[in-house]
Design a protein around this ligand. Structure first.
Ligand code: HEM
Ligand SMILES: *[C@@H]1O[C@H](CO)[C@@H](O)[C@H](O)[C@H]1NC(C)=O
Ligand SMILES: *[C@@H]1O[C@H](CO)[C@@H](O)[C@H](O)[C@H]1NC(C)=O
Ligand SMILES: *[C@@H]1O[C@H](CO)[C@@H](O)[C@H](O)[C@H]1NC(C)=O
Ligand SMILES: *[C@@H]1O[C@H](CO)[C@@H](O)[C@H](O)[C@H]1NC(C)=O
Length: 318
């Protein structure tokens, strides 16, 4: 309890500011924007991948770029949610190099992730916002911490809500941030448990809409290649819109953790009504998403003289 209220306090009393680099790196926003634009031109999915990296950074030990550190199999990159899944590290390197070329040694990798996420959402047709800045980079990266903090697609809704609560986020944040699954892809292995013998019932997850079920069963057959990718939002894969929520209302959520926001018993008293409202009110979703992104970006930042400004996002300074 004490830990949770401490976390809550620190995330409310943020020391981050929107003009943190206005003197030391005034061109930072345009440098990052140009790099994200170029990465997305090569591969549209990169917008989704960068947004997810910021989420995986912030939920584990705060937004401190810990997810970017290379190392042995005890680092975050090797946690269940990240291994063979988290991507975009080369793009972050390219952004960092471009930033260092103009403003050497002043901009943190954690802030680069926050700006790149905002740009990714905007360049996918979503909303924009002023990013709070001034985070510094951490020196630890722990797979065990990531395994404990990051939600899994196989978890029940109460467990997922708990993981958000642990970092000072609430049920509104659970629903609005899940709307990030309006862009990007997921592997068969992250949802095929729903397709044939769901939770040992001998039948598919009954909350999946029939035509999508048939489609996914043939895309991800039993004993098939579980690394094949399909869209999280099959209606508008690359567009940041509220269709993710329309999908949930129609039984077309891809991950178990998506569909339970609408279909589980607990949803009826927690998340379901907000899913319905977002499905009908795009403005409300986009507005809440922005507020929740700012909250997520405020999770226990290192500021002042804590942490460091990494020279290379993959390694702590020597
Ligand atoms: C209950 C919470 C969540 C769970 C269980 C979850 C789980 C997942 C899984 C399993 C994938 C597919 C990974 C793969 O197949 O390699 C994925 C992709 C993605 N997630 Fe989440 N996620 C959650 C919340 C979030 C949040 C809060 C955000 C951002 C604000 C987010 C952003 C994304 C994006 C953009 C992708 C697509 C990435 C890409 O195409 O590279 N997710 N998520
Ligand atoms: C991590 O690496 C060590 C030594 O290389 C190995 O013994 C261990 O099994 C690995 N653990 C995992 C989870 O891969
Ligand atoms: C979640 O927190 C936000 C403020 O950060 C607040 O506006 C919203 O009403 C809260 N939602 C719930 C369900 O408590
Ligand atoms: C489904 O899984 C359960 C438990 O894993 C198993 O006992 C059962 O035989 C399976 N049913 C079918 C139809 O494969
Ligand atoms: C997406 O949904 C709209 C209605 O909201 C529909 O008109 C359109 O055909 C759908 N597109 C795809 C590719 O499913």
């Amino acid at each position: 309890m004490l830990m949770i209220s401490l976390l809550l306090c620190s995330s409310v009393r943020s020391q981050l500011t929107t003009d943190f680099y206005s003197k030391t790196c005034p061109t930072l926003p345009s440098i990052v924007r140009r790099q994200v634009q170029s990465a997305i031109k090569t591969e549209m999915r990169m917008a989704a991948s960068l947004l997810r990296l910021h989420f995986h950074d912030c939920f584990v030990n705060g937004c401190d770029a810990s997810v970017l550190l290379d190392g042995d199999n005890t680092t975050e990159k090797f946690s269940a949610a990240n291994v063979n899944s988290a991507r975009g590290f080369e793009v972050v390197d390219a952004i960092k190099t471009a930033v260092e070329n103009t403003c050497s040694g002043v901009v943190s990798c954690a802030d680069i992730l926050a700006i790149a996420s905002r740009d990714s959402v905007l360049l996918s047709g979503g909303p924009t916002w002023k990013v709070l800045l001034g985070r510094r980079d951490g020196t630890v990266s722990s797979a065990a911490q990531a395994n404990a903090a990051l939600p899994s697609p196989f978890e029940a809704l109460d467990q997922i809500i708990q993981k958000y609560t642990n970092v000072g986020l609430n049920i509104t944040d659970v629903v609005s941030l899940s709307g990030a699954h309006t862009i990007g892809l997921a592997k068969c292995s992250t949802f095929d448990n729903r397709l044939f013998n769901f939770s040992g019932t001998g039948a598919p997850d009954s909350t999946i809409e029939m035509s999508m079920l048939a489609d996914l069963q043939s895309f991800c057959p039993a004993n098939g290649d579980r690394n094949r990718f399909t869209a999280l939002d099959r209606n508008s894969t690359d567009l940041f819109d509220n269709h993710y929520f329309k999908n949930l209302v129609n039984g077309k959520g891809l991950l178990g953790s998506d569909q339970i926001l609408y279909s589980s018993d607990l949803a009826a008293s927690t998340t379901k009504s907000l899913v319905e409202r977002y499905s009908q009110d795009s403005k409300l979703f986009l507005n809440d998403f922005v507020n929740s992104m700012i909250k997520m970006g405020n999770i226990s930042p290192l500021t002042g003289s804590n942490g460091e400004i990494r020279k290379n996002c993959r390694a702590v300074n020597s």
